[in-house]
Each structure stands twice: as structure tokens, then as C-alpha cells.
Design a protein around this ligand. Structure first.
Ligand SMILES: [Zn+2]
Length: 311
């Protein structure tokens, strides 16, 4: 008997753009640049179907709790999270729907095209509206809202800071992609003059209310700081292998006190939403990094259910 598995990072909308020929065999930045213009065409009916499909696949693989990171809000899809709330309610799953965002387009030195970025006032107003309308803070709640500016290369540091203030005010969690690739680290050094964890601290995010997708490229000192702050990390092994981003140092993070979870990540970099398969991938990828005797099936199931350091 196993408890329901917990998926801590996904992009439900990407179930519609899996295995796209133009995006194959590329690392993160060129892969994103290929997909952004396609994602700009998403509409409400597509997102509802994509969310239904992703939740169904998760359920079939033993997952009963899922977090989604939706950050694409073109003009025809400004109420994306409302659509996801409806689809999730039909599925019966426990969800954390994150109000993602992108505000730093190519015109201002970011990676995404202007067609998929929003004004920051609009992002913050919608974040507040969604918290007030949909966030249920009760223990065992079936629906929570979190705030999730997409990544250092697609939002400004001001939006990161303002999101942190709003999250603190309304006691909701914060989520973003961090330390996924060396390209991202170089971007942070070039644009902010600091490494990723320094940036995280600078914008007020280094806390136990934050969980991060990927968390690969940390030095030992940064791992200790993340552990001290109890900032969570979502390990996404399949996505990290598809994009050749690197290997998350899960055992080092756990030893430092970091809560570690698992995520299938979006289907554009995984091809499916099968969490039990992700448990298997995590076990073998971490075994490759740390050795056969250092990582067991119990470790991997622990990542998908409860953080091992709490056991
Ligand atoms: Zn992701």
C-alpha cells in the first residue's frame, strides 16, 4: 500500500505541445524560444483540455496532489487560473495552482517575446484577486493558490520582491524555476551581478515559504543556506535529462536540511505526466550520481510522498 503521490512541479498546458519536432534536441533557452510563440496561441478551451489531460495522467500514475505552474497569459487567456480551478474541481484532486507570470520580454533584455509578457500591475492585481477568490488555507485544503514569477530571465527583480510581499501578507507560498541551467546562472551574473541564491535572498525569497523547481547548479555554501532557510526543492529528473540541464544534488540538499519533492515538469520536456515513472527516474538518476548503495526505492518514494529528513 502506498499513499497518494505528490507532484510538486508541472505545466499542465504543455500536454498540448509534447514532442514538438521543432523543439526536440535543444537545451533550455533555444527550446523555450521555439515554444514561446506557440504557447502565445493558447486559449481557454485548450487550457481546460490540457489541464484535464494532465490531471488524468497524474491520477492514473498514483498521484493525488499536484502543483501547477501556469505562467502564460496571452490576451485571450487572462483568466487562466480560473479555468484551471474549474478543471481541477472536476478531477477531485488536491491542487496548488500557482499564478505564474512573465514580465521581462526581449525588448527589456529578457528571454520571452513581448507577446507572452504582461504588465506588472496587471500581474499583481490578478494575483491578489486569485488569492482572495480561490485560496483555501485550511489544513487538508483541496485548493491553494501560490505566486510564481517564472524565472530570473523572464521577470524583473521588482516583480519578485512585490510577489514576496504579497505572499507574506496573505500567507501563500512562492514558487519559481531556479538554478536549472548554467545559462540561467550566467544571466543572473550578467544582469543582476550575483549568483542565483544571492538573487533569491536579495528579492526576499530565501525562506520556508518558497519551493524551487530544479535546483541543480548550487555550490556547497549555497546548499547550506537553502537548508538553513528550509527552502524546498522540486527534483525533475526526466526534464533535466531531456534538456541535459544537469543533475540535482538531492542527497547533499537533504543532508543540509532541504525538503525535497519530485515533479514531472511540463510535458514539453517530459512527454507524459506519469509520477510513478518519475519516482523510478529519480531513483536511478540519483543512484548514478551517488552510487548504488546510497539511493534506495524508499528514498525515491519518500521524495514523492514526504521529505525524508522529516522521517
Ligand atoms: Zn518547469
Amino acid at each position: 500500500m502506498l499513499p497518494g503521490l505528490i507532484n510538486t512541479h508541472h505545466h499542465f498546458y504543455q500536454t498540448l505541445t509534447r514532442a514538438l519536432p521543432a523543439a526536440l534536441n535543444k537545451p533550455l533557452f533555444p527550446w523555450l524560444k521555439t515554444l514561446y510563440p506557440i504557447w502565445a496561441g493558447l486559449d481557454e478551451s485548450m487550457l481546460f483540455t490540457a489541464t484535464e489531460l494532465a490531471l488524468s495522467e497524474l491520477l492514473l500514475s498514483g498521484c493525488t496532489t499536484a502543483a501547477d505552474h501556469h505562467y502564460v497569459f496571452p490576451d485571450q487567456l487572462t483568466h487562466a487560473i480560473d479555468i484551471q480551478v474549474d478543471a481541477a474541481a472536476q478531477s477531485g484532486m488536491r491542487v496548488t495552482l500557482t499564478r505564474g507570470s512573465m514580465s521581462l520580454g526581449v525588448a527589456d533584455g529578457g528571454l520571452p517575446p513581448q507577446s507572452v509578457v504582461q504588465q506588472e500591475t496587471q500581474i499583481l492585481e490578478d494575483s491578489l484577486r486569485l488569492i482572495k477568490r480561490f485560496h483555501d488555507p485550511a489544513v487538508g485544503s483541496k485548493r491553494q493558490i501560490a505566486l510564481a514569477p517564472c524565472s530570473p530571465f523572464s521577470v524583473t527583480s521588482e516583480l519578485m520582491s512585490e510577489s514576496a510581499k504579497l505572499a507574506q501578507q496573505y500567507a501563500v507560498r512562492l514558487h519559481t524555476h531556479l538554478a536549472e541551467t548554467l545559462d540561467e546562472e550566467a544571466f543572473c551574473l550578467q544582469h543582476f551581478g550575483m549568483r542565483t541564491v544571492d538573487y533569491l535572498e536579495h528579492v526576499g525569497w530565501l525562506s520556508d515559504h518558497t519551493w524551487l523547481a530544479h535546483g541543480i547548479h548550487f555550490n556547497p555554501e549555497e546548499i547550506q543556506r537553502l537548508g538553513k532557510a528550509k527552502t524546498g526543492i522540486c527534483h525533475c529528473p526526466s526534464s533535466n535529462m531531456v534538456l541535459a540541464s544537469g543533475i540535482c544534488p538531492v542527497k547533499d540538499l537533504e543532508a543540509a536540511g532541504v525538503p525535497v519533492g519530485l515533479g514531472v515538469d511540463g510535458s514539453a520536456s517530459n512527454d507524459c505526466s506519469n509520477l510513478m515513472m518519475e519516482v523510478r527516474q529519480a531513483m536511478y538518476l540519483q543512484r548514478l550520481k551517488y552510487g548504488a548503495e546510497a539511493v534506495s526505492h524508499k528514498d525515491a518514494l519518500g521524495w514523492a510522498t514526504q521529505a525524508r529528513h522529516d522521517c
